[in-house]
Design a binder for this molecule. Sequence first.
Ligand SMILES: C[S@@+](CC[C@H](N)C(=O)[O-])C[C@H]1O[C@@H](n2cnc3c(N)ncnc32)[C@H](O)[C@@H]1O
Length: 224
Amino acid sequence: MRSPQRGVHPRLAGLVLRHRRHRWAAPIHAGSRAAFDEVLRWRDPSRPLILDSGCGTGASTALLARRHPDAQVLGIDRSAHRLARAPRTGAAVLLARARLEDAWRLLLEARLRPARHYLLYPNPSPKPGQVGRRWPAHPVFPTLVALGGVLTVRSNWRIYLDECAHALSLHGRAAAPVVSFEADAPLTPFERKYAASGHTLYDLTLSLDLDPLENPHAQPYPGS
Ligand SMILES: C[S@@+](CC[C@H](N)C(=O)[O-])C[C@H]1O[C@@H](n2cnc3c(N)ncnc32)[C@H](O)[C@@H]1O
């Protein structure tokens, strides 16, 4: 990933701490709310929930459902164009067209906490002036943290994951290592594309649950 930024952005900590102090109250988009009504109808609380945030074409959502047959897997993306290319899947998968900044707040409000949460290859916004567009610096980030579960973020830009780890440590979540890995069995189309182009891929995985009893489903899914 090319970027003039050489390390964690110097404004990141200030943004994270400011957003941690103030609850973000921006209005929720009507389209996201309508999509969420369907999520509420689909959700079976007796099964663990896995979130695939920014699922794109839903390929990873389908794959995660195959890996975790006892879970329900919710893919969320704002792009109708990408979602239209999703593979056919069973009732354990739902793809919702919504903005993540709305969906995460609606999920938390409804206490729909994921056992696992995947944020795979989020748009990096790599110019230094775009730091506020990255999820760790976004006002909705405290909501993502509060949702809990085991979070996995992947990127081909190591600094993005260093920023996620730093933001999470400012939220009191133990510093987790950012690791590079070989994508022998790519989880997503972007992972496949980056691996084929010889990019180094990075993964950050950690439990967001301060108290595991808050979210008993967070424990049974140690594998990716
Ligand atoms: C780089 S693509 C990665 C897609 C997929 N996870 C993959 O790895 O192949 C980023 C995805 O995030 C979605 N996205 C970006 N910002 C979003 C937002 N605010 N709300 C919902 N989806 C968003 C885009 O539509 C796009 O599908």
